[in-house]
Ligand binder design. Structure first.
Ligand SMILES: *[C@@H]1O[C@H](CO)[C@@H](O)[C@H](O)[C@H]1NC(C)=O
Ligand SMILES: *[C@@H]1O[C@H](CO)[C@@H](O)[C@H](O)[C@H]1NC(C)=O
Ligand SMILES: *[C@@H]1O[C@H](CO)[C@@H](O)[C@H](O)[C@H]1NC(C)=O
Ligand SMILES: *[C@@H]1O[C@H](CO)[C@@H](O)[C@H](O)[C@H]1NC(C)=O
Ligand SMILES: *[C@@H]1O[C@H](CO)[C@@H](O)[C@H](O)[C@H]1NC(C)=O
Ligand SMILES: *[C@@H]1O[C@H](CO)[C@@H](O)[C@H](O)[C@H]1NC(C)=O
Length: 273
């Protein structure tokens, strides 16, 4: 054998020796069980990918489908609801239209606004965190006003829509960037104001045809994501299975196969579900 080939094999053997010497106090590993351990039995669960609707080959940091919750941070858990991928960010659900793992971009739509601009989730769209950020180059904010007392205003302006959400009044309006401050809106009192980002390109179409509000919402908005645990995970010994997440400590953990290991590759235990 060529001498250069010897060194990686030697390293491997040394690693294996180290690995088993850690375990040596409990039992003596026979040749047979060693072989069993060395040959990977099956694909470790966290190196599997999953697909949902338009998204294919989802891997770390995302979990869902074939990838159980311990394969990544809970912030990146995707539920597949009727073949539609959904992320929950700050207790609001979002439909994921696109996901680009290279540029770390997502295209999201609030699930509650998917086919109705009338929602009972009267909350602002807030996604800013250490995990997610609006892509300010692409997005623009729309304000939606619900429960407005504007019965005396006739005819209704084009940014008006009817919405019965159990408020004393059913009139609703939207304003792009609240600008220009709508003359009609200045006299109208509304119970609830919420904000939703849309794409600038959709806002331009909406400016040309004010009836396209639902369409504009359903095009979604762009979000960049960051995994704050990337640096820690890069130190893990096994790049393929990489990193998991321990929900009990709320910390990332290195994975070697299906088990938790430390930076040197010493294996501790299976992750507790
Ligand atoms: C989001 O990502 C794009 C590239 O994909 C980049 O141009 C932009 O600056 C990023 N925005 C933020 C807020 O990180
Ligand atoms: C919204 O669209 C989904 C399919 O995309 C459909 O299953 C659902 O019934 C629709 N909901 C309403 C309120 O129209
Ligand atoms: C949404 O944010 C605006 C300020 O940007 C605030 O006035 C409004 O009350 C918020 N709406 C809700 C439902 O929290
Ligand atoms: C609704 O608006 C009308 C006209 O501006 C006003 O007379 C009425 O008092 C308002 N009702 C409430 C409950 O604010
Ligand atoms: C709101 O709309 C519903 C029907 O969608 C109607 O029954 C109700 O009377 C309306 N309420 C007000 C205050 O206009
Ligand atoms: C605006 O969009 C609606 C819905 O797609 C369409 O029916 C209408 O003709 C459009 N109006 C104009 C002026 O283009």
């Amino acid at each position: 054998m060529h001498p250069i080939l010897l060194s990686p094999i030697l390293t491997l053997l040394l690693l294996l020796f180290f690995f088993y010497s850690v375990d040596a106090t409990t039992s003596f590993s026979s040749e047979e069980t060693r072989n069993k351990e060395i040959q990977p039995k099956e694909t470790p669960v966290c190196s599997q990918t999953f697909a949902c609707g338009p998204l294919q080959g989802l891997s770390y940091p995302f979990t869902g489908g074939a990838r159980p919750a311990h394969c990544g941070p809970p912030e990146f858990h995707i539920s597949c609801v009727d073949d539609s991928p959904e992320l929950t960010i700050m207790s609001l659900r979002y439909r994921v239209l696109e996901l680009n793992p290279v540029h770390k971009n997502l295209r999201l739509v609030r699930s509650d606004l998917w086919n109705s601009t009338c929602t009972d989730k009267l909350a602002n769209t807030t996604i800013k965190s250490e995990f997610f950020a609006y892509n300010e180059n692409d997005d623009v904010e729309v304000s939606i006003f619900y429960g407005c007392n504007s019965s005396t205003i006739t005819p209704k302006p084009e940014n008006w829509f009817h919405c019965n959400v159990n408020l004393p009044f059913n009139d609703s309006y939207y304003l792009i960037e609240k600008f220009p401050i709508d003359q009609i809106m200045s006299g109208v009192k509304c119970k609830i104001e919420t904000t939703v980002p849309i794409l600038k390109t959709a806002a331009a179409k909406l400016g040309a045809n004010r009836s396209l509000f639902q369409e504009a919402i359903m095009e979604g908005f762009n979000v960049n994501y960051t995994n704050p645990y990337d640096k820690e995970c890069a130190k893990c010994p096994n790049f393929n299975t990489g990193c998991g997440f321990d929900p009990h400590t709320n910390r990332p953990v290195c994975l070697c196969g299906d088990r938790v290991c430390d930076l040197s590759g010493t294996i501790f235990h299976s992750i507790r579900p």
